[in-house]
Design a protein around this ligand. Structure first.
Ligand code: SF4
Ligand code: F3S
Ligand code: FES
Length: 250
């Protein structure tokens, strides 16, 4: 298979040495079927062991390697070299809007704080019959199926211009994960979550710019999920659930 020499320009920052981030070039031999994550590995293993980035699964599951590649938020492990224009350098930098820690690593605490605040877990007031599961119809499940796919990579929240200017905004990922439980027929805490998201830093801060939807590596219709939550705040959860079920049935 033919290989290519590809230039990667990476925005590096070492808090112990640098006062400002700096761009550093690396030439790496790549195959078209390689991914940007492979390039980062080759740079770290063969050229500069001090390069810092997060990754775990390397297969689009764990959500740990979201970064800006040529100005777009993507997962490095899901971005193939053949899908990039390698006649020009490929720019790689950390996601925006979260405090930069080192090179491609940001502090994810503000992101997970917002996630925790929306109570992203099932809260059922009654117990199922002994030895039985909590049953749910296919139609009931369908209305929140999309938002179950989130891998908490932060590509959405860190591409949102509202979040860049106001770090207090819950951000699209937290709303997606609230949606996943608000519309779950087995859950009884939807109203409590809606109250949290009806806050001044909640759903109403969204300006429908769609950056989040474009950035999501799982293809979740995030802006639509936010609109569902806005509707539930205005009309009540049950009424919005009915509308969504009708929509899915049609
Ligand atoms: Fe990542 Fe999509 Fe979840 Fe946002 S909604 S955190 S982009 S998987
Ligand atoms: Fe931000 Fe997405 Fe709304 S990018 S403004 S949360 S549509
Ligand atoms: Fe797990 Fe990319 S390394 S999603």
């Amino acid at each position: 298979m033919q290989s290519y020499l590809v230039t990667f320009i990476i925005r590096r920052f070492d808090p112990e040495k640098d006062s400002e981030p700096r761009w550093v070039d690396y030439d790496v031999e790549m195959y078209s079927t390689d991914r940007v994550l492979d390039a980062l590995h080759r740079i770290k293993w063969d050229q500069d062991g001090s390069l810092a980035f997060r990754r775990s699964c390397a297969h689009g599951i764990c959500g740990s390697d979201a970064m800006r590649i040529n100005g777009r938020n993507r997962l490095a492990c899901k971005t193939l070299i053949k899908d990039l224009d390698i006649s020009k350098p490929i720019y790689v930098e950390a996601i925006k809007g979260l405090p930069l820690e080192k090179d491609l690593i940001v502090d994810m605490d503000p992101f997970f704080d917002a996630y925790r605040e929306v109570q992203p877990f099932l809260q059922a007031s009654s117990k199922p019959e002994k030895g039985k599961e909590r049953l749910q119809t296919v139609a009931d499940r369908a209305i929140f199926d999309d938002t179950t796919k989130c891998i908490l990579c932060a590509a959405c929240t860190s591409s949102c211009p509202v979040f860049w200017t106001d770090g207090q905004y819950f951000g699209p990922a937290a709303i997606v994960n609230a949606h996943r439980f608000i519309f779950d027929s087995r859950d009884d805490a939807g109203d409590a979550r809606l109250e949290i998201l009806n806050d001044k830093e909640g759903v109403w801060r969204c300006r429908t710019t769609f950056n989040c939807t474009e950035a999501c590596p799982r293809g979740i219709e995030i802006t639509k999920a936010i609109a569902d939550v806005k509707q539930a705040v205005m009309r009540g959860t049950e009424s919005q659930k009915k509308s969504l079920k009708l929509l899915h049935a049609s």
